[in-house]
Design a protein around this ligand. Structure first.
Ligand SMILES: NC(=O)c1ccc[n+]([C@@H]2O[C@H](COP(=O)([O-])OP(=O)(O)OC[C@H]3O[C@@H](n4cnc5c(N)ncnc54)[C@H](O)[C@@H]3O)[C@@H](O)[C@H]2O)c1
Length: 663
């Protein structure tokens, strides 16, 4: 069967060949055995819904074995026989070009160079799924290949509910992931619903087909490291940045460290993950011996080298050694996957990777205890180094939250955290409040030359805007222009021809319109997909991360994220998604995103103008209402140039008067 035929065939009517379990590839950990016997019956019944009855005899025992061995039913047998990667858009069988572009985005997410556990359909973060099983993948691809621009595909947590009639301005796909009744949103609820095959953890860009590998996060990480270094004063040269994680997104840290010009040391316990980043050129050196690493660090700092070192081992061992040797660390953080602490996101010190994996499935209580002890030790070492001058920040991975739950010494007397989150100190006040966020695009021709042209267009557009930018955002504009000028040289592409660029509403809109015009004139050889990750000004309500700098008591509400996705849905998005849990953990956040295919048409230009405007200004308006000064400035500026925009502004109250009135 050709690639196109296999896609059109959907779930094959004949049993495909069983596939051997590939030991070379990075696999998801075994999930814990959470279902009661009757629920296991339900899980199998649910899985068999995708197949005709005559195949059940063969499939039922196979799926039962998968559930027993892996804690989930992935339907490995149904992995496609073709190679998984994003093809140029015209190679997909399709009646809708928009749907073809979505197929390419899905295949890019699942590309083994890009995905963390590709055979389990996990894209990043240990549990960030695109689909729950391979039957869903096949069915979705078939639906996309046959749908028209008068239909919308409805996705429930990886499961395609079906194609429903709509119209050309409607989204082609509406995605929800992990949306549950709030009282059923504890981590074990995810384990149970996911094992039953009725829900999944979509992370942010995993379940929304917008993951572009570690590049997606490099720009944001670079901005964060650069600004953190600025906070410490002086030049970044010779400053030491210590952190953990060389996984999906965390793998961006060494690259960002190099771009920011510091010495970075990143601990990674999984040798396969470390090797993958090393082979891709994202980290310069691998070390597995602390006695050799410590002198190497001293040498790099003394020589003010720009270099990224990886410690292949447990981050707690690294922190404790740095503290014991009184090494001066300037910047510290952590990007282990603590949004998922009990199922493989964090590996406790003192145990091998293999032993941890066994324990989390066979003895989850003991594993939990080990993780909590490990976090306490990690925090103790970090506290010592912080007392010696290190600036430590939480990187939005629930490190402080889980450490506090573990009883680590991480709280101040008033119950708040000892250390800020990177959003409170950097991304919130300097970026999100002004509407700067992780705008991204993917060239559907898959040609590097198209990506280069889009980079050039973006530099041109941003330089023109920067010439009249107010002083409040001049620095951000300068950093972003520097980023995009350098982006091509930094070899950031893994998988699709994609680019990320932090930009505000004006920047995003003008860049997108310039791309649309270039497509119309034939200067770009294919359509472009616009999008962003969910880590943005408007898309995400996450009290310990994106909205951690909201101080009016509303950071535990999720109106903004829900409104955002609804508003994007009727203003021209090609697909929208809303998720429970991305980034910091199931039940801890609601986040949404969009994708928009632009093809040079007038319709595309209208979608760009209408949708991007809402997608950014919704969040600025909310942040302004929360009394964030930068957001107030940004929304007043926007109202001055957009007559139909009328936003409710807060009146300031005198706190002394309030206190007196209350006494
Ligand atoms: N706010 C942001 O911009 C932002 C950016 C990136 C990541 N994050 C958060 O950071 C976390 C990491 O994301 P990811 O996609 O890289 O996840 P990931 O699971 O792909 O990578 C985490 C890595 O940490 C390693 N690890 C776990 N415990 C360790 C330990 N004790 N010592 C050394 N290494 C250890 C794992 O082996 C894994 O490779 C997530 O919680 C994510 O939400 C936030």
């Amino acid at each position: 069967m050709t690639f196109q035929e296999e896609i059109l065939a959907g779930i094959p009517t004949q049993l495909p060949e069983a596939q051997p379990y590939d030991k070379e590839i990075n696999h998801a950990p075994k999930r814990k055995d959470i279902l009661k016997p009757e629920e296991k019956v339900l899980a199998l019944k649910n899985a068999l819904r995708y197949f005709p009855q005559e195949l059940h005899q063969a499939l039922a025992p196979e799926f039962a074995a998968e559930l027993k061995t892996y804690g989930r039913i992935y339907m490995y047998r149904y992995q496609p026989s073709y190679k998984m990667y994003a093809r140029p858009v015209d190679e997909y069988p399709a009646k809708s070009r928009q749907a073809a572009a979505i197929m390419a985005m899905i295949q890019n997410n699942l590309d083994p160079r890009v995905a963390q556990h590709p055979h389990e359909l996990i894209i990043y973060g240990g549990n960030g799924a695109i689909f729950q099983n391979w039957a869903q993948y096949r069915l979705v691809m078939q639906y996309l290949a046959t749908m028209t621009d008068e239909q919308t595909l409805v996705m429930y947590s990886g499961h395609p509910l079906g194609l429903f009639p709509s119209h050309k301005d409607a989204p082609r796909v509406i995605v929800t992931n992990g949306m549950v009744i709030p009282n059923y949103s504890k981590p074990d609820d995810w384990e149970r619903f996911n094992a039953l095959g009725v829900s999944q953890y979509g992370q942010m860009t995993a379940g929304s087909y917008m993951y572009i590998g570690p590049q997606g996060i490099v720009h944001g990480t670079t901005i964060t490291v650069m600004n953190a270094a600025r906070k410490q004063g002086g030049s970044p040269a010779g400053k030491l940045f210590v952190t953990a994680g060389l996984g999906g997104m965390s793998g961006a840290q060494p690259k960002a460290g190099n771009i920011a010009g510091v010495v970075s040391v990143t601990a990674e316990i999984n040798p396969k993950a470390a090797r993958k980043r090393y082979d891709q050129g994202w980290v310069d050196e691998l070390h597995d011996n602390l006695d050799e690493l410590i002198p190497r660090i001293r040498k790099a700092v003394a020589a003010r080298e720009v270099v990224s070192l990886a410690y292949v081992g447990n981050v707690v061992d690294l922190w404790e050694r740095l503290a014991a040797d009184h090494i001066h660390v300037d910047l510290g953080s952590d990007q282990t996957s603590l949004h998922n602490p009990w199922a493989g996101g964090y590996y406790p010190v003192g145990y091998t990777l293999e032993r941890s994996k066994e324990m989390m499935a066979d003895d989850p209580d003991a594993f939990r205890g080990a993780v909590q002890k490990s976090l306490c030790r990690q925090v103790a070492a970090i506290n010592k180094l912080a007392a010696e001058g290190m600036y430590f920040f939480d990187y939005g991975n629930a490190f402080l939250l889980e450490s506090s739950r573990a009883g680590a010494d991480v709280l101040k007397a008033d119950g708040t955290f000892r250390y800020p989150s990177y959003v409170q100190d950097i991304m919130g006040p300097l970026y999100f409040d002004y509407g700067f966020g992780p705008f991204r695009w993917v060239c559907m021709s898959e040609k590097p030359s198209d990506l280069q042209k889009t980079d050039e267009l973006a530099v041109k557009v941003l330089s023109e805007i920067a010439a009249h930018s107010p002083e409040e955002i001049a620095g951000q504009m300068r950093d972003n222009i520097h980023w995009i000028r350098e982006a091509g040289k930094n070899n950031l592409v893994v998988g699709s021809q994609a680019r990320i660029l932090y930009a505000d509403c004006e920047g995003r809109t003008q860049i997108a319109l310039a791309f649309n015009e270039a497509i119309r004139k034939g200067e770009l050889e294919g359509p472009v997909v616009l999008g962003r990750d969910h880590h943005d000004v408007s898309g995400t309500d996450s009290p310990f991360r994106e909205t951690s700098n909201i101080y009016d008591g509303s950071r535990f509400t999720a109106d903004m994220a829900v409104q955002n996705v609804i508003g994007d849905g009727f203003r021209g998005a090609t697909w929208v998604s809303i998720h429970n849990g991305g980034g910091v953990g199931w039940g801890e956040v609601i986040n949404g995103g969009f994708g928009m295919v632009i093809d040079g048409s007038e319709d595309s230009a209208r979608h760009i103008r209408e949708m991007l405007f809402w997608d950014v200004n919704n969040g600025i308006a909310r942040r302004s209402w929360a009394r964030n000064e930068a957001a107030r400035f940004a929304i007043e500026r926007e109202m001055a140039r957009t007559p139909h925009l009328k936003v409710t502004l807060p009146n300031e109250a005198d706190e002394e008067l309030i206190r007196k009135s209350l006494n």
